[in-house]
Design a binder for this molecule. Structure first.
Ligand code: PXP
Length: 238
């Protein structure tokens, strides 16, 4: 079984917002990503709406025909939005407001009661839950205790180290994924995955179900076009 490719379209919204209007059109790009083979669409509405807005999430709901994944920090506004639209998956990220990009996973032991409550709420609403985590084994253990369905492994450190020493870059991820599987957690991954480092990651991580990729994929599409780029990423996953 190959991991699914979910395209994160935040960067399309960033480009649109640079000029105010509605070009490029996020909904159209999401539909085109699906037409070109994407198996999911991911958005990460942030409190300042600097890229994906609340309205984008509402517009995409009902249009996305593959798996819709909404990521974010679970404040009241985010929870209201997610429970309202009921995407296939909600991925919780412990971002402080104003952070440039998600750069750390949950401290799952310290946040166990919060995460347990949230996992229960999502279950009641038939929304698959995932939480963003690093490879610390205690964080994986407590992720399982919280009752979430999946973890999303934060792959930033893997991407940073891959070109220096791929084997040592992947080491902790294999251990984390192995434990997660033993504990019955599904495994997603994301952040800084690219045409360079994706194949090695997916070949080495047992049970990888989904990757969400934005920055590199949208940047590559400047050179190769969106359709070719999506096909190139899919090829690395098959
Ligand atoms: N996963 C999470 C939780 C993220 O916040 C992001 C960036 O929005 C990604 C995955 C995708 O990362 P990238 O844009 O580097 O592919």
């Amino acid at each position: 079984m190959s991991a699914k490719l979910s395209v994160n379209v935040n960067k399309i919204a960033t480009l649109r917002n640079a000029r105010g209007g509605n070009y490029p059109n996020v909904v159209q790009v999401a539909k085109d990503c699906e037409r070109f083979g994407a198996e999911g669409i991911t958005v990460h509405p942030r409190p300042d709406e600097r890229h994906i807005t609340r309205q984008d999430v509402l517009d995409l709901e009902g249009v996305v025909s593959t798996e819709f994944n909404v990521e974010g920090y679970p404040n009241e506004r985010f929870m209201e939005l997610v429970l309202d639209i009921k995407p296939k998956q909600a991925t919780l990220v412990p971002d402080p407001p104003g952070v440039l990009t998600s750069n750390a996973g949950w401290e799952t032991k310290a946040n166990l009661s919060l995460l347990t409550d949230l996992a229960g709420t999502f279950k009641e609403h038939d929304i698959r839950s995932a939480i963003f985590v690093d490879t610390n084994l205690e964080n994986i253990e407590y992720a399982a205790k919280s009752g979430v369905d999946r973890i999303e492994l934060y792959t930033g450190p893997y991407a940073d180290n891959y070109s220096k020493d791929a084997e040592s870059a992947i080491h902790d991820y294999v251990a984390a994924a192995t434990l997660a599987q033993e504990l019955g957690l599904g495994i997603n991954a994301g952040h800084d995955l690219s045409l360079d480092n994706l194949k090695y990651f997916q070949e080495n991580i047992p049970g990888l179900l989904e990757v969400s990729i934005g920055h590199a994929l949208i940047s590559d599409s400047l050179y190769y076009g969106l359709e070719n780029t999506i096909q190139m990423y899919l090829k690395l996953l098959k």
